[in-house]
Design a protein around this ligand. Structure first.
Ligand code: SAM
Length: 343
């Protein structure tokens, strides 16, 4: 099968034309999407699995001034389209998207080696942006590698405060540490441990906690890349969801009263999203509340309050689902505030 990868164009895809059933995104996954995504957006969501997205990057102001990094991008001949909601205090854009044909120029550039830019999907940039950590705060990133969001948190904190980054997989920890160094992050301490133990070890320690949970990565499925979806099953979703609930409980325990937790995944599955949120709301009842928030984009829908035979707490509608488009991956976010002790 010929593959054609260019920004915004639909590739010849296993989604529709491959007759070999073993070489297709699982039919059950696609059927479930029909129950998750509103009918008006379903065809564009399905098309996104066969479309090469534009790439995006953040300007890392911990490495150099915004203007000189932008100049370097212009010198490299990179066309720059600003991400219009991600700006510095003067209103100047701090993130850009560009056609994917420029990926190699960016990944081989001195600018990236020196940590001046960080390639990151725009959906991912939203999570630290919504958590909104401030300089001087004590912040935890509970599933941190390779560090896209950790480096963004440090940038938003202006390298002031304490940033604890937890990762349980050694090889990924090395990548995280390399990225923190490359991106001039000075406030991070890294911990190689299971995040589920962190709530007991550091109860009520953090002002803000990010849990970018390990997930099925459904939103990253690519029709022409069987490795992206070949291990998908409902059984695996259930296993992953159990781990996510454990991590989210730890995140809540580790948060100070009055502090906030941002839970996110790049999965469409309600088992990994609304159902996880519903479980912790039920478990912690008076200790936490869901915080409503709005996103500065139009490709967004509320959390589902019902899926298949399951009904969730109506508050779960305050979660947000980002729908994929030509430059954004599908994404899920829930924001909590801690009101009382959680033990
Ligand atoms: N936040 C990262 C970023 O933006 O670059 C991506 C995080 S990725 C979605 C989830 C990470 O959680 C993976 O690196 C995975 O190895 C790690 N992980 C899996 N199980 C974990 C656990 N029990 N405790 C801590 N980290 C875990």
């Amino acid at each position: 099968m010929a593959k054609h990868r260019s920004a915004g164009r639909t590739k010849k895809t296993v989604l529709a034309v491959d007759t070999d059933k073993d070489n297709q995104i699982p039919a059950e996954f696609l059927e479930r999407l029909g129950q998750i995504i509103p009918i008006a957006q379903l065809s564009s969501v399905l098309a996104s699995f066969a479309t090469e997205k534009a790439i995006a990057f953040r300007i890392n102001t911990l490495a150099d001034s915004r203007d000189s990094i932008v100049d370097e991008m212009i010198q490299l001949g990179i066309p720059l389209e600003p991400v219009d909601w991600f700006k510095d205090e003067h209103g100047a854009p701090l993130a850009f998207k560009t056609p994917s044909i420029h990926r190699k120029t960016l990944t081989h550039s001195d600018s990236i080696n020196q940590g001046k830019i960080y390639l990151q999907n725009v959906s991912s940039m939203l999570a630290p942006w919504i958590l909104d950590p401030r300089p001087g705060e004590t912040v935890l990133d509970l599933a941190a590698a390779p560090g896209g969001k950790t480096t963004q948190l440090a940038q938003q904190m202006r390298n002031a405060g304490v940033l604890s980054a937890v990762e349980s997989v050694r090889s990924r920890m090395y990548k995280l540490q390399a990225n923190l160094k490359r991106c001039h992050v000075e406030i991070a301490k890294t911990y190689l441990t299971d995040g589920r133990t962190v709530g007991q070890k550091t109860p009520e320690r953090f002002d803000r906690v990010l849990l970018d949970a390990p997930c099925s990565s459904e939103a990253r499925f690519q029709a022409d890349d069987p490795a992206s979806w070949s291990t998908w099953s409902r059984r695996k979703l259930r296993e992953t969801a159990r781990k996510q609930v454990g991590l989210l409980k730890a995140a809540i325990h580790a948060t100070k009263i009055g502090g906030e937790v941002l839970y996110c995944t790049c999965s469409f599955a309600p088992e990994e999203n609304e159902q996880v949120v519903d479980k912790v709301l039920h478990k912690f009842s008076t200790a936490i509340e869901l915080v409503p928030f709005e996103l500065p984009i139009s490709n967004v829908i509320p959390g589902l309050v019902q899926f298949a035979d399951k009904e969730f707490d109506p508050q779960v509608a305050d979660c947000r689902r980002v729908l994929p488009n030509d430059f954004m991956d599908g994404f899920f976010m829930a924001k909590f505030r801690k009101l009382n002790r959680s033990d």
